[in-house]
Design a protein around this ligand. Structure first.
Ligand SMILES: NC(=O)c1ccc[n+]([C@@H]2O[C@H](COP(=O)([O-])OP(=O)(O)OC[C@H]3O[C@@H](n4cnc5c(N)ncnc54)[C@H](OP(=O)(O)O)[C@@H]3O)[C@@H](O)[C@H]2O)c1
Length: 349
């Protein structure tokens, strides 16, 4: 094991990214030391850097999604061995983040990779899948999730057969995993919005109907009414900009649940006229409500092996960790469609 590694440091709040040498960590209780082979990029990475969100200690290391090889297993950790290929939810703090060559993974947020899934594919999964799962299946007392019964628990597969679900932004990372867990839960029809060019790919994941994301707010309910006459009790807005939130609120059934992934921006007058709709703001792929949502990690290896959960299409950026800067620019300019950008930290010069 090397004593030093390369990491991409955000030097100060709203500051610059710089690649520097830092020490390799020692795993503590429930932890694994991972040599990161592939790191996935998220819109949250550029938002944290540009707006100074979430992190208070600098320099900060960002990056939420990673896959690699177990180098060291802390004493007492069960189920993992040196050399295992794994994916894990990164991003809690510097030592656990993915924009570096080695990181500490929490064993209960880590899963072994079936041989058919590459490191690049695996790096597309953790945050998107966690956000989808936590938004739908976390208990709603904290207004963190819609409190559905998860498909990875006994009797959960197909439990919502015959119930419709509407997912705004199906081709986003969060949207693709929401479609897949909705399919496992048996929802039907699974209606989503996206650019028409992505329709076939989303149908292959489980969407039954793909509506053009540019339909007007008047045309959208008309198109939904042609597909189902049932009320939409579960609506997931994987984009959660003001326009999608308002459109999503309109189509949510009275007493239904609308799951958002950003702070609420629904018109006050709209809410006042339909106050009975439940709006859930789910923030943080590894935040509140985790005890229930993390159960997916115990079955993720089997779900991947079975093909019940499929990774995203990936685009690999050159230059190791230096490639993150180009990737964050592409995400910020909305130049990424239905794909996860990944970098290879070990290729950092
Ligand atoms: N709360 C949380 O814990 C949490 C966790 C993860 C992400 N997020 C947030 O969730 C959002 C999505 O993240 P992500 O990583 O999934 O994004 P992403 O994969 O980078 O999203 C890109 C996709 O968004 C789609 N899109 C953009 N605007 C749309 C619209 N108005 N209607 C429908 N689709 C639209 C595009 O679809 P087409 O290419 O088909 O046009 C594109 O494929 C981000 O704002 C992110 O910050 C929140």
């Amino acid at each position: 094991m090397p004593a030093q590694q390369k990491a991409l440091l955000l030097k100060s709040k709203k500051g610059q990214f710089v690649i520097e040498d830092i020490s390799v960590y020692k795993p503590g209780a429930d932890q694994l030391l991972i040599r990161i082979e592939s790191t996935g990029l998220n819109p949250a990475d550029w938002k944290i850097a540009e707006y100074g969100l979430f992190r208070e200690e600098y320099p900060a290391i960002l990056g939420f999604d990673a896959a690699g090889v177990v180098e060291e297993v802390a004493e007492g950790v069960q189920g993992f061995a040196k050399g295992d290929r794994v994916l894990f939810q990164a991003g809690r703090d510097n030592s656990a983040s993915a924009f570096q060559q080695y990181a500490l993974a929490e064993a209960h947020l880590t899963a072994r990779l079936p041989s058919k899934v590459t490191f690049d594919q695996a790096a597309s999964i953790p945050s998107g899948l966690n956000t989808a799962a936590l938004g739908l299946f976390t208990h709603n007392i904290t207004l963190d999730g819609a409190d559905l019964y998860p498909p990875w628990r006994e009797g959960g597969r197909g439990k919502y057969a015959g119930k419709p679900i509407m997912i705004f932004g199906g081709s986003s990372c969060v949207g693709q995993f929401t479609i897949q867990v909705a399919k496992l839960s048996g929802f039907s029809p699974i209606i989503t919005t996206a650019s028409p060019r992505n329709a076939d790919m989303l149908k292959a994941l489980g969407a039954t109907h793909v509506l053009d994301r540019n339909l007007s707010s008047n045309a959208l309910p008309e198109e939904i009414a042609k597909i189902t006459s049932q009320p939409l009790e579960i609506v997931y807005d994987a984009i959660s900009i003001p326009s999608t939130q308002n459109a999503a609120y309109d189509v949510t059934a009275p007493d239904g649940f609308l799951v958002l992934v950003h702070s609420e921006a629904i018109d006050a007058s709209k809410k006042a006229s339909h106050p009975e709709k439940n709006v859930i703001v789910h923030i943080g792929a590894s935040g509140r409500g985790y005890e229930k949502g993390d159960r997916i990690w115990r079955t993720l290896t089997e779900l991947l092996e079975e093909g019940a959960i499929k990774p995203m299409r990936v685009e690999v950026l050159p230059g190791g960790l230096a490639g993150v800067l180009k990737g964050l620019e592409l995400l910020k300019n909305e130049q990424v469609s239905a794909a996860k950008l990944v970098v290879h930290p070990q290729e950092t010069a």
